[in-house]
Design a protein. Sequence first.
Length: 319
Amino acid sequence: MCAAHAVQQSSEHIPVLAEPVRRLAAAKPGEVWVDCTLGFGGHTADLLAAGARVYGVDRDPQARAATAARLAPYADRFSMLSGDFRHVAALLAAEGVEAVDGLLADLGVSSWQLDQAERGFSFQHAGPVDMRMDPAGPRTALDLLRTLPMGELADLLRRYGEEPFAGPIARAMKAWAEGPGPHSTTGLAAVVAGALPAKAQRTRHRHPATRAFQALRIAVNDELGALETLLATLPTLLRPGGRALLISFHSLEDRPIKQAFAAWTRPPEPPRRGLPAPDAAEPPFVALTRKPVIADEAEVATNPRARSAKLRAVMRRAA
């Protein structure tokens, strides 16, 4: 995609749950924030407009190029960091930042990435079977299909796509990937659909290849591994009073976020008889959202991607 087209798409980009993010972030002038999934900078622009100093992390060079132009007016308070958000602590440390007042992550693939046929994320556009968020990444989705044993491929579809027909789909995908081709995303989608029983094809509300494509994309980019590392890093990265806002788009992302936030905000267990009381009388974090925040009908009507978005937020207790 040319730079001009990327800039045009960035200007049209609509961040999901923008109003709840602004409200829960409550960014203030002088605060330091990190946007772990910069993309086209929609949420970052709101943080900057509130007066915050923002570091934006993204591993997609096209997104970084477009967003650099969009956020140029904030050059004195915005820094772009190239890399995977699992390394956010190291990326910030290289900038001399040890802790932040806020952290935001909008997980998953963006709508503009899906729209680029050459990136291979979507079965709606014919393109290479790629799916790398970083085009310099070591392996494409087609590489994965060719190198994984059939049993491991089926397990991947079950774990990352929650696909009930993982076995027959894996067999069909494997045979197709090892065949003469041509190999395209639309061709792969047709193979997945053809491997499903007729009844399953009729009763699925979404495209038959949705689960399989999600599983491959997650595996190619190790998205859940990155999220696990981010959650392990987050508590030590936030200053007292700091807020963390995470937006997920499916249960595989939302579940670990929910569990981590629940653990951080849970009061300490009362001591057993004869044992000393816990050192901390209160949990280290406060929940800012008791239930996930979801988009209202008006937002879904203007931005369909928001339909499956869930926002959860916590705040580290002040010292």
